[in-house]
Write a protein that binds this ligand. Structure first.
Ligand SMILES: C[C@H](N)C(=O)N[C@@H](CCC(=O)O)C(=O)O
Ligand SMILES: [Mg+2]
Length: 337
């Protein structure tokens, strides 16, 4: 039998992480351990209230999952279907179990996850480094401190968005991506995106609320920058609809049940000619490394949750001048620090 355990892990942020709808000081996550024979597979859940989860709901799900994992960790697709029958939604709880299964299988075989998936580790993209909402002056200071990262993701959705972008552009020549986290109306988005476009912005993420697909399409038709959906891109069935409205999607293990489902979403997105970003919540190097193994398949990465915390309990993927470097160890290749 596969035995499952879970415990809370609190990750303290180096600086409060403010986005258009919330501010976070600590990430209340959970670590999952799957024991099978002599091997232990590790996984992490980074639950978000926005997607209806908390560390308490994750731990409750893990109790429900015990007894439904069976005795063959290799049949990951079957196990995930069983978990979907035990309880709907709860994507971060399922993501933690899912990555722990891949860790376990990789350790059994002695292969790193990227190799199990048939991917070339040299093809990892560069990750962005994210600057949360603050005053324009403070955000520009943080951009200066992040000078080792060639790509910055700037959070907006404030009354001072143009000032923020001007202040950062004055001190940085990095590639700038902008994320409004659904903080604008379509009218505000069109005005703001046209105003910031001359400052050499690569693309804009989730300008309006998740459900507003008509708004996304209106924006895309009236601005010169590509639009990437994040909060709107959760389920496999979201992708065909979104392909009519946006240029790309930001996928996250924590929104979408983990690696098995994200692989399906990547292929469906490709079939719809969408650009693909792999993103994250505030996560330790455990979950960030799990996502990083998939990045040879995508166009953009925003895998910096572990770079925003003080007390990362794990080591795994590293970042060299912005480029993601995958660990060689079996499974996820993650170790306790
Ligand atoms: C941490 C990462 N770079 C990020 O910005 N993630 C999310 C925001 C996290 C959240 O929803 O609390 C994103 O919007 O891309
Ligand atoms: Mg986003």
């Amino acid at each position: 039998m596969i035995h499952i355990d879970a415990k809370p892990i609190d990750l303290k942020l180096t600086t409060p992480f403010r986005i258009a709808r919330s501010v976070q000081h600590v990430a209340a996550n959970a670590e999952v351990q799957l024991t099978y024979g002599e091997h232990i597979g590790y996984g992490e859940a980074a639950p978000s209230r926005y997607y209806g989860e908390s560390v308490e709901t994750v731990l409750a799900c893990i109790s429900l999952f015990a007894g439904n994992l069976g005795d063959d960790p290799f049949v990951i697709d079957d196990i995930m279907s069983r978990l979907d029958k035990v309880i709907g939604r709860n994507p971060a709880a399922k993501a933690a179990v899912n990555m722990a299964l891949y860790d376990l299988v990789g350790k059994q075989l002695g292969w790193p996850l990227y190799k199990l998936l048939g991917l070339d580790p040299a093809r990892t993209p560069y990750t962005s480094f994210t600057i949360g909402i603050d005053t324009p002056t403070e955000m520009a200071k943080k951009a200066l401190l992040a000078k080792d990262y060639p790509i910055l993701k700037i959070k907006v959705g404030t009354k001072q968005d143009l000032e923020i972008i001007k202040a950062i552009r004055e001190v940085s020549s990095a590639v700038i991506r902008v994320d409004a986290n659904a903080g604008w109306t379509p009218k505000e988005a069109i005005k703001n995106i046209n105003a910031i476009a001359p400052y050499n912005i690569e693309f804009v993420e989730q300008p309006v609320p998740a459900h507003d697909l008509a708004g996304l399409k209106l924006i895309r038709d009236n601005v010169p920058l590509p639009i990437i959906a994040d909060e709107s891109a959760v389920a496999l069935t979201d992708i065909p609809r979104l392909s009519e409205c946006v240029d790309g999607i930001n996928l996250k293990l924590m929104k979408s049940n983990g690696i098995t489902q994200i692989l399906k979403m990547i292929h469906v997105a490709r079939a719809h000619d969408l650009k693909i970003m792999l993103g994250c919540m505030i996560e330790s190097s455990l979950a960030i490394t799990a996502a990083a193994h998939l990045t040879p398949l995508v166009d953009y990465a925003d895998l910096d949750g572990n770079l925003l915390v003080d007390d990362d309990p794990y080591t795994g993927v590293t970042v060299e001048q912005g480029k993601l470097v995958l660990p060689e160890g079996p499974g996820l290749g993650v170790k306790p620090r």
